[in-house]
Design a protein around this ligand. Sequence first.
Ligand SMILES: *Cc1c(COP(=O)(O)O)cnc(C)c1O
Length: 394
Amino acid sequence: MSTSSFQPTRPLPYGRQFITDADVEAVTDTLRSDYLTQGPKVAEFEQQFASYVGARYAVAVSNGTAALHLCALALNVQPGQRVITTPITFAASANCVRYCGGEVHFADIDPTTALIDLKAVRQLLESHPKGYFHGLIPVDFAGLPVDMEEARALANEFGLWIIEDSCHAPGGFFIDSEGQNQRCGNGRYADLAIFSFHPVKHIATGEGGMITTNREDLYQELLKLRTHGITKDPAQMERHDGGWYMEMQELGYNYRMPDMLCALGISQLSRADVGLTRRRQLARQYDAAFAEMPGVRPLAGAIGHAYHLYVIQVEDRKKLYNFLRQHQIFAQVHYIPVHTMPYYQQLGWMPGTFPLAENYYAHCLSIPLFPSLTDQEQDYVVACIQEFVEQQQD
Ligand SMILES: *Cc1c(COP(=O)(O)O)cnc(C)c1O
């Protein structure tokens, strides 16, 4: 195969947003309305998102990291409390525990999926007295949903709360023990689930995030924490000074998502399933191409996979990364194991502690996958990788 027959007319990143005229109109309509922030679009986006994932409540926030922070606060993470997450995730999944002074612990991954290995989590839990750990933050890495039924059972056994980091998996689902599809963030298993609307994610608003839950108590707490710890609900107040009165009851933040971005989110959400279908189709096409390509190992797929990323593993990853760049293909590495970052090393974590995660990191590469990627562009990516593989064999 040769790469010369088709040359892409644009660089091909690993992910990119898909903005339509309808999206632009939704934003400009809001700009002309009475509300730039905290108008009707916020509740509308929240309701539609909650119904999309099948959860009772949704809270829109300024970004995915703010969502994680608010979750940790709502679950009352205290200094010294220990929380378990995966080393193969974006640093924010772990950092939210640090914001509250908690201790981050890690469990190694399952190398076929790169998800946190719940057997490794169990081993970690069993090697300490009950009550030693307080929470679990599983991540639906690359869009592959964690088996939350199993995670919940484990959490119940050891008295943990769960924040599911579903930034990669809106619309993704796992199949439960009764054969039912269970959508990420549907509130049945995790206490709280979080999503991000960063431009590379499925639903893009620039900055933005969402928390979903079925728990009324956490929902009320999140609403307050999102706005400075202030309530305007007279029923919840200690005093009633007059019509103007609002009450700051605890230390909160400004983590609100503005109306114009919620309007964009609503418009994007209306096309979420179209994008998801295209991502899954592209992934199947990659799967078929790499099944016949020695030396290229994709991560395991699944029917409910939301395919935020398409990850392959190759022997000489750096060489492939540089080779693809020369061909205008901007692949990326997801992720540098969190425990090997200097910040986490300062906290005592050592490289070598999670060999499966570190081995995965040595070989992984996320190649272009986004709804507007054309079949022709995808064929070009495959042809370039094929050419690389052949060069390696010479
Ligand atoms: C993007 C992402 C976040 C953070 O979201 P932001 O909106 O960028 O703050 C957290 N966790 C994971 C797994 C992500 O991919």
